[in-house]
Structures are given as C-alpha cells and as structure tokens.
Write a protein that binds this ligand. Structure first.
Ligand code: BGC
Length: 778
C-alpha cells in the first residue's frame, strides 16, 4: 500500500487531527482516503469496549499474574485469539495491552496487571499474547514503555535507572515483543532519568524506532502528552484521549514556524495508516483474518486458563478431595469472589461463578462469612435509573441501570453533551428483607445528597486523598450512614452527584452502597468456627480488596486486609482439614501457612472463578501454576520494596538485582520461590544434555495420575528457557529448549557483550531447586 500517496492527499490540519483522539477511545475517520474510525480499548483481561459499564459485557479472563503463572505460551496465544474475537465483536481495532512492566516491588499497585519479576518470562508470555491477538487481525500496544513499575505519583515521578538495568531488565520484555512484531506500543506517564516518556527521544526514537526497527505506532498513556513540540519530536505518534489536547492547532503552528518538520508529522501519520492497514480499517487493505476461524468458547477458555494458573503452594495430601462429606465454605470472597484487579484493567462480564456456587455444585456446603474485609459497601441491587442533569436541573437523558452504580467515561449516553452535563441523579426503590439498622453509603468525589423517601439522610462533599485523578473515577472514597428500615416496606432512595472532569472530558462515577443489618464481627467469626468444626473439610477464601490492589496507588503492606489472618487461624484450629484459597493478584503474607492443610493460590481468577476452583479442589483438573514472582514471608524480607518518590525521584539503586536473583544474593529465604508450584503428581528429573544453545531435559511422572510439569532452565541462575510437558503415570518425556542469545550477554559500555567461557545450565522445579546441571561453552 502506498501510504505516501495517501498522505500527499491530506492537508496539514487533517494530518494533525489524525494524531489526537477524536474522543476517549478513537481516532477520527478520514473518508476521503478510505480510513475508518480506529477504536482502542483496554485490556489486558478482556476487551471492555467503549462503555465503562455492563451494557455490553465482556469475557473476563484471569489477571495477568495468573496468565503468566501458566508458563504456557500456547495457552496464552489461545487467550490472545479469544481477545481478538472479543475485540472484533465490539468494533475494537487496538487492544491496549499487554502490561509488561515488571514486579520490581511487591507493593506495586498494578502488580496483578503485570506478568512477572523476570524479564525473560515476561517477554515470552508478552510475545505470545501479542502474537495471539494480532494473528487474528487486532493490534496490541504493550505498555507502559518503560519503568512504570509502581503507581505513586506516576504522572510526575522520575525513575533513575542505570543503562545496564534498563537494557538487561526493564527494556528486555519490550525488546522481545517488538521482535515478535507488536503493531503498537504505549509510552508511560513517568520520566526516566529526567525526561518524561512521551518526550523521550533517546528511548523512543533512538532505541525503539531506531535500533529495534519498530514500525508500529506509539500511543501516549491517557493524558500523558503535555507538550506540543517536545512530545511530537520525542517520538509519540498519537496523543490520547482527545479531541482537546496539546497538539491540534498548536502543532500546526509549530510546523508552520519550522519548529517541528512536517516530515515528522508525516511519519506519524504513516504509522497510523500502517496500523489501519494491518487491522483492516483502510480501504484496499485485505481482511486481516480469513472468515473461517473457529469461534473460541470464551467461558470455557476462561476456566481453562484459571485452572492452569492456580498455584498450589502447600498440600499435606488433602487435595484433591476424595469422597468428602459436608464442606464448610468460609469468607466474604467465597460468596463474592474478587475476580479482577481495579483500574483500567476492569471489564464487565455477564456472569461470575463464585467459589460458593462452584463448590455447591459438587458437594453439600455450609456457608459462613467469618469476616468481611471490604471497606466499601456493595452497590444496592437494581434496577435503578440515572437522570443526567444540566446546571439548571433539566434532564438531558435517562438511563436504566442494573445496580446502583453510575459510571461513564469517554462515551456518555446518547443525548448527553459533556459540556452541559452538571450532575447525575440516581433513583431506585429498595424493599428490605430484614428490619433493623441498615447501612447506606455514597462513594464518589464532590458534593452529594442522599435522600430516602424525600428526607435527606446524608449530604456533604467528599474530597480525593492523594493526587492521582484516576482514583476519583476508579476507586472513589465513601461516606456512610445508618438508617432503621422495616422489612417489606418500599423506600425511594435518591443520590445526586456532580459529574467530574478527566483530560478535558466529563465523566460520572459514584456508587450507592448498602449493607443489611448484621451480627457483630466477633459473632461472625464464632459462627464460622462453629460451621468449620461441624463439617468434614473447610475451604476459607481469603482475598485482597479494591482498596488494596488497583491502578492509581501502591500498597502500604502485604497483609491480608481486615481480620482474615485471624479467621484462617481460628478455622484451621477448629478443623485440621482446612484448605485456604488465596484470592489475590500479587503477594500477600501467609503467616498461618503451616497451620493449613493446603494453600491454593487462585490469583484474580476471572469470571469462571468458582467453576475452576471446584475442578481443581475435586481433582478433575490439576492446579497447573508456577509462581511468576517470588513470594516473601514478610514484606521486610523482600530485597526491593521502595515505591515512594523522594523529591520526585525513585532511584532503582538495586540496578539489575530484582526478583529471585536479588533474593539469592541477599541470602534470605522467601516463603515461596519464583517457579514454585505443586501439582497432583510427582516428578523425577532424569537427565540433561546441553549442546550449543539447546538443552534437552528428560523428566518422568513418578506419581499415579497424569500430570503436567513446567520444566525450567536457568543459565548462570537466571531463567533462560522453559517448557510445559505432560506425561502419564510412569511415562518419561523429553523436551528441548533453545536458549536465547541474551542469556549469555551483558550490557556494557553502550553495547551487548557476549560473555565467553563456560556457563552453568540447570533444570529444575523452581529458582532455588536445581535438579540437573550441565555446562555450555560459548
Ligand atoms: C492506564 C493505561 C490505560 C489507559 C486507558 C491509563 O490510566 O495507565 O494502562 O490503557 O488509562 O484506560
């Protein structure tokens, strides 16, 4: 396709218009050259589409730490094909994913959204994701380029990092996905060594587009472009969102005045046209995918990925359950699983299978809440109506809602003009089942009023703590009030709340929360202990909350929130056959681990959470996961924890030393090493042979059921290859992995140097469990 001929037909203003969003999620169509509107959407666990609500539901896969825990690039590629299918269904051309920043500190708020502490594993899983999505004709934008490994002050923080650490650690996954052919890439909010990433000519023009030969398009993170010339010259191709932004007429003036060469604008337009051509949005482009691809069953794949990512940390032999009687199912997250982390990674599935539902399909269950760690109340069940009001109180539009949760960003409902929108009035009728003191709440930022049957029961203004404006939309703070209510009586409940502004665009985000009157915390705990003692086995589901794992802020500690540690100890003391299911996207401290009969980590398991859990607990499927990140016993043991800027700077003073290699150097022992995970069978590691850069390993399934093993190969103690193998009882399988060039190289004085000599190659079950060893000479 002759892009230059198309570019020559566009005037400067039109070219520049193509480089800023037409709205929150799309670039403008240019019918005169046959270019369709190009639509982007988050990512990474599903495709949300242009609405931030359940109006157009999405398949919700397990979160990225779970996907990486499968260590299975073929499965990840299949997940990519499903995501592309979802994207096409929703008219999305570009999936804003995968997130390939690293688990530098366990406190990173988006840890759950990244794959691993290891750059090689991150790169391999990331590349499989990119290939899977793009093979089906949908673009990806691996993100956030680069060193966006924590959230505190992310818009302004300057990460100081050595060139060696950048090259060997933080850039490595990006280098890998670019080699895999990514069609897009998203720059980060933060600065690196003094320059904000949207303006980072050295890394974007120099390394990415120059050295690595990246021919895709570079999109800014949302609102990250703050300058005209510096960002345009720095290598950013597209500024999102729009249509307001620092380019437009200002960039046209910069071109006219010779401050930005027009060839720079043309190069950016060429990259957008190439993208459009690749995704089939430019007239004359071939359809990106042949029509005869078999449809992927989204729910089935979500369940498969979940079971394959579940990581069995300990097991005294209780799992899989054999002929169990009554099962005590305990915990808030057992009834309402936390299936995804917070922030832009959220999607809205049309169903969620809770652990309680999943287990109840297989056994007789008794449920007890035990304790509820959630800080915010759940939305009052609907139906509800949202009326969009202008400053004079006139209704611009009315929308039905399934629950009392109002959330719109980017796309406002038809008939609602963002410039006129002042507030939203949410109205619902609630008829309690029980009498007593109910709790109602409003979560949102700004002035609000809550009335019940016309009487104001709560009003005031909620301020945002901290500076991240995304939090006002993603996870706003809450105010509560207690109210006596009578069972069977219908109450009219109304909340009025102002619209907010993000990136020059109006948005709406607030929730009317509710909780029934209930027993006190101590009574709940005692009830759970009683239920556990009366059952054959107990399954406690412990989880982090929305306030713990989300985009927009980092974690303060690694403890399970609320009284969950206490609950687990009490239940395990009452019933020695207690299995603890840990429902968290990133490491949590497990101080009771030795008191439980088994600890199963389900991560954020996606929409099929409970169905997958039942399969694994009852032994239909083996828990296939291996940790993609080392889990500390206590936060203070972790070698790198710091996420708090000092004078606007976070210095990666540890250099290349993160993850298991840093643990090893520190001499400290974590709770569970990178790579650890048990299955339902046992393995012997029989032989290793290294020949050049290929390594052949033989392993035997020594147990009595079929199983799957992740054979991990380390070169000089760093992961350099892996493969997933399957074997029947007694069967030996042989696998050959090919070691990448980078496994034998270091970055020195501005270039890669191959370290000649003898290298140790080990195969084993985790980073600190080498079973076989060989050497290679390079
Ligand atoms: C996030 C990105 C996301 C974008 C659009 C930003 O706040 O950092 O990961 O793709 O919003 O939702």
């Amino acid at each position: 396709m002759d892009f230059d001929e198309l570019i020559a037909r566009l005037d400067l203003g039109t070219k520049i218009r193509l480089l800023t969003g037409a709205d929150m999620w799309s670039l403008p169509p240019l019918p005169e050259i046959g270019l369709d509107r190009l639509v982007m959407s988050d990512g990474p666990i599903g495709v949300r589409g242009e609405q931030w609500s359940a109006v157009d539901p999405s398949i919700a896969l397990p979160s990225p730490t779970a996907l990486a825990a499968t260590w299975d690039v073929d499965l990840v590629r299949r997940a990519g094909a499903l995501l592309a299918q979802e994207a096409r269904r929703k008219g999305v051309h570009v999936l804003l994913a995968p997130t390939i920043n690293l688990h530098r500190s366990p406190l990173g708020g988006r840890h759950f959204e990244c794959f691993s502490e290891d750059p090689y594993l991150t790169g391999e899983i990331g590349a499989a994701y990119v290939e899977g999505v793009q093979e089906s004709g949908v673009a990806t934008t691996p993100k956030h380029f680069v060193a966006n490994d924590f959230e505190t002050d992310r818009f302004t923080v300057d990460v100081r990092v050595s060139e060696k650490a950048l090259r060997e650690v933080y850039l490595r996954p990006f280098e890998r996905v670019v080699a895999a052919g990514a069609w897009g890439l998203m720059t980060a909010y933060n600065s690196v060594n003094g320059t904000t990433m949207t303006e980072h000519a050295d890394l974007v023009n120099g390394v990415l587009k120059g050295e690595w030969g990246f021919d895709g398009f570079v999109v800014s993170d949302w609102t990250a472009v703050r300058t005209t010339e510096a960002a345009a010259l720095g290598g950013t191709d597209v500024a999102m969102p729009g249509p307001r932004g620092p380019w437009g007429e200002k960039l046209a003036a910069a071109v006219r005045e010779g401050r930005v060469p027009e060839s720079v604008v043309d190069d950016r337009v060429r990259r957008v046209l190439r993208l459009a051509h690749r995704v089939g949005a430019l007239r004359g482009a071939q359809a990106p995918v042949s029509g005869d691809r078999p449809a992927v069953d989204g729910a089935a794949l979500a369940r498969e990925v979940a079971t394959r990512g579940f990581t069995l940390l300990t097991n005294t032999g209780i799992l899989p359950f054999q002929q169990v009687g009554r099962v005590a199912v305990i915990g808030a997250a057992a009834a309402e699983a936390r299936v995804m982390g917070g922030g832009s990674a959220q999607v809205f599935p049309d169903r969620i299978v809770s652990p309680l539902q999943g287990i109840a399909e297989r056994a007789e269950v008794r449920y007890a809440l035990g304790t509820d760690p959630r800080i915010r109340l759940s939305p009052l069940p609907g139906p509800a109506t949202a009326a969009f009001l202008d400053a004079g109180g006139a209704v611009l539009s009315e929308q039905p809602l399934a629950t009392a949760e109002a959330r719109w960003i980017g796309q406002l409902p038809p008939g609602v003009d963002g410039d006129r929108l002042a507030a939203v009035r949410l109205r619902t009728t609630y008829t309690p089942d029980v009498s007593g003191e109910h709790r109602l709440s409003v979560a949102g930022v700004g002035a609000f009023t809550l009335t019940v049957d016309g009487r104001t029961v709560l009003d005031g203004s909620i301020d945002l703590d901290g500076g991240d404006p995304a939090v006002a939309f993603l996870s706003p703070p809450e105010r509560r009030v207690g109210l006596p209510m009578t069972a069977g009586r219908a109450y009219e409940v109304i909340v009025t709340h102002p619209a907010g502004m993000f990136g020059g665009m109006a948005y709406v985000s607030f929730t009317l929360g509710h909780a029934d009157p209930g027993p006190g915390e101590d009574e709940l705990m005692a009830e759970a202990v009683r239920v556990a003692a009366e059952c054959d086995v107990a399954v406690v589901v412990a989880a982090t909350t929305q306030e713990v794992e989300s985009e927009g802020f980092d974690r303060a500690d690694l403890r399970l929130p609320g009284r969950q540690d206490e609950l687990i100890r009490a239940v395990a003391a009452a019933n020695p056959r207690t299995v603890v299911v840990v429902n968290a996207g990133s490491p949590v401290e497990l101080p009771w681990a030795e008191e439980a009969a088994a600890v199963l980590l389900t991560w954020f398991p996606g929409q099929e959470a409970g169905a997958a859990l039942a399969e694994v607990l009852f032994g239909d499927a083996e828990p296939g996961g291996r940790l993609p990140t080392t889990w500390p016993r206590r936060l203070e043991d972790a070698p790198v924890t710091d996420v708090t800027p000092v004078n606007g700077v976070v210095a990666y003073g540890e250099g290349t030393s993160i993850g298991y290699r840093a643990w090893e150097r520190s001499g400290r022992v974590p709770a569970f090493w990178f790579g650890h995970g048990l299955g339902y069978t046992t393995w012997s590691y029989d032989s290793i042979a290294a020949e050049g850069t290929s390594v052949t390993v033989a392993v035997t399934n020594t147990g009595d059921r079929p199983g799957r093993e992740v054979v991990q190969v380390y070169v000089d103690r760093a992961l350099a290859g892996f493969d997933v193998v399957e074997a029947a009882p007694g069967e030996t399988v042989i696998t050959t992995v090919f070691l990448p060039e980078r496994a034998f190289q270091v970055w020195e004085e501005g270039g890669w140097r191959t370290v000649e000599g003898v290298h140790t190659v080990e195969a084993g079950r985790h980073a600190a469990d080498p079973r076989l060893s060989a050497t290679v000479k390079i």
